[in-house]
Design a protein around this ligand. Structure first.
Ligand SMILES: [Zn+2]
Length: 400
C-alpha cells in the first residue's frame, strides 16, 4: 500500500504550489483521509506565489546557464564577485575580518540552503547573489532564497517575503566557467532576475482520530504534498505523503488516549507557508495541547546517506531508541531541529512543541531537480522510516 500510494501521488506530476498537480494531490489526500479518518477538514491559507519569468548570468560577455533563485527581487545587478563558501556566519565574518566588504558585490556561495544566509546578505546590502549547486549531470537545483523569516510573527505569516536583491542559481559547469574567468582577472559579474509575484490561496488537508481519554491533547504528524517547481518529487515528498496515508490507514482501526492530527501541508518548498499558517491559526491550542510534531519529508533515497534525527526536547531520546529498535542506520548526534528551518516542523519549534524528523543528510543528489523520480526511492528504507514515525506517533498518542 505504501508503494502504491507513492505511485498514485507521483502520477499527478509536478505539484508546485498553484499547479493542477498540487490541486489533484490535495483532492487525492482529501479522498483518502475521508475514507479512513472520522474528522476531515481543509485549512485554507494565503501565501505569496512565485512564478519565474527569466534569469541571466554573465561574466566577460559569456552567458552562463542559470535559473532564478526563488523569492529574490526583480532587477539587474553588476559587480565584483565575493565568494562566501557555504555562507555560514563564521565564513562571512572571517571574510570581513580580512577586509572584504560585501556591500555592492555579487556574492557567490556553494549551498543548498541559501535561505540560511540571505538575511545576512540583505543587511550587508549586496548587489546580487549567485548560488552554485552540484547535482549530477550538470543539472541546476531549484532553490528558494527565503524559506522562513526567522523574526516573523506566527500570527501574521504573510509578511514581505522577497529578498532585496536579485539572485540566480547555476550548475557545476556554470561554476567552472565563473572561476575560469575570475582566474584570468575578468571579474565583473552581471545577473538579472525576473518573476511574477501574487497573493494566492492554497490549503492543508487535516484528518483527525479523536482521543478517547485526553481528546484535547494531540500529536501532529505532517508531510508536505507540494513539490519544487520541477519534477514529480518522488523522494521529496511523495515518500512522506505515502507514509502519512499509510499511518492513517493503520491507525484508524485503533483507539488512542490522545487525538492524532494528520496534516498534509502545502507550500513547504517555497516558504513553509502551509505549516506556518497552520501553527499561526492554532497557536493558543497547540501551545497548550500539542505533545509533539512528527515530520515526514524525504526520508529514503537509494543513495548512501545515513538517516539522521532532527529533534527537539524529549523527543530526541525517544526517536533515537525507536530508530535503534527498527534498525535504521542513524548518524549521531541528534541535530537540534530548532536551529534549522528546513521543513514543516520548524514553526512548531517556535512555540516549543517538541518535534522530530527522520531525515537523510545530506539530501539525495537529485533532490529539487527534474530527476527526483521513483527509481531513486529505496522502498526498504522507506518502510523502516515510516515504521519509526508510526512507532513515535503511537507512543505519544497512547502513553499515560
Ligand atoms: Zn521536502
Amino acid at each position: 500500500m505504501l508503494e502504491q500510494s507513492l505511485r498514485n501521488i507521483v502520477a499527478f506530476g509536478n505539484r508546485y504550489n498553484g499547479t493542477v498537480g498540487e490541486r489533484k494531490a490535495c483532492n487525492y489526500v482529501l479522498k483518502e483521509f475521508k475514507e479512513y479518518l472520522p474528522e476531515v477538514s481543509v485549512h485554507k491559507y494565503n501565501y505569496l506565489h512565485y512564478e519565474p519569468i527569466s534569469s541571466n548570468l554573465a561574466i566577460a560577455d559569456e552567458n552562463i546557464p542559470c535559473q532564478p533563485l526563488q523569492y529574490s527581487s526583480n532587477g539587474q545587478a553588476l559587480g565584483e564577485p565575493a565568494y562566501i563558501g557555504e555562507g555560514t556566519k563564521e565564513e562571512i565574518e572571517a571574510l570581513e575580518a580580512r577586509g572584504v566588504k560585501l556591500e555592492g558585490k555579487i556574492v557567490i556561495s556553494r549551498s543548498f540552503e541559501p535561505f540560511l544566509f540571505t538575511d545576512a546578505l540583505e543587511t550587508r546590502k549586496v548587489a546580487g547573489l549567485v548560488v552554485l549547486t552540484d547535482p549530477p549531470e550538470n543539472l541546476i537545483r531549484s532553490l528558494t532564497g527565503r524559506l522562513y523569516r526567522l523574526n516573523m510573527s506566527l500570527r501574521k505569516p504573510f509578511t514581505p517575503h522577497i529578498l532585496n536583491f536579485p539572485a540566480v542559481v547555476t550548475s557545476v559547469k556554470g561554476a567552472d566557467k565563473l572561476w575560469s574567468h575570475a582566474l584570468q582577472g575578468r571579474t565583473t559579474v552581471a545577473l538579472e532576475h525576473k518573476a511574477f509575484y501574487a497573493r494566492r490561496e492554497s490549503c492543508n488537508v487535516i484528518g483527525t482520530i479523536p482521543g478517547t481519554k485526553l481528546k484535547q491533547q494531540k500529536v501532529v504528524v505532517g508531510a508536505h504534498y507540494d513539490s519544487q517547481i520541477v519534477g514529480i518529487g518522488a523522494y521529496d515528498n511523495g515518500t512522506g505523503v505515502a507514509s502519512l496515508l499509510e499511518l492513517a490507514r493503520i491507525f484508524c482501526k485503533l483507539q488512542f488516549r490522545r487525538s492524532i492530527v494528520f496534516i498534509a501541508f502545502s507550500g513547504e518548498e517555497t516558504g513553509l507557508w502551509g505549516s506556518t499558517s497552520y501553527v499561526g491559526d492554532n497557536i493558543d491550542d497547540l501551545k497548550v495541547n500539542c505533545v509533539g510534531m512528527i515530520n515526514i519529508d524525504g526520508p529514503c533515497s537509494v543513495f548512501p546517506a545515513k538517516n539522521a534525527i532532527w529533534a527537539t526536547g524529549r523527543l530526541a531520546n525517544l526517536a533515537l531508541r525507536k530508530t535503534k529498535e527498527i534498525g535504521c542506520q542513524i548518524q549521531k548526534p541528534v541535530v537540534d531541529a530548532s536551529r534549522f528551518p528546513f521543513s514543516d516542523y520548524y514553526p512548531f519549534t517556535k512555540i516549543k512543541v517538541p518535534v522530530v524528523w527522520i531525515f537523510e543528510y545530506p539530501p539525495m543528489p537529485y533532490y529539487h531537480t527534474e530527476r527526483d523520480r521513483l527509481q531513486y526511492v529505496d522502498s526498504t528504507k522507506l518502510a523502516k522510516a515510516a515504521a519509526v514515525s508510526r512507532s513515535l506517533v503511537f507512543d505519544l498518542a497512547s502513553r499515560a
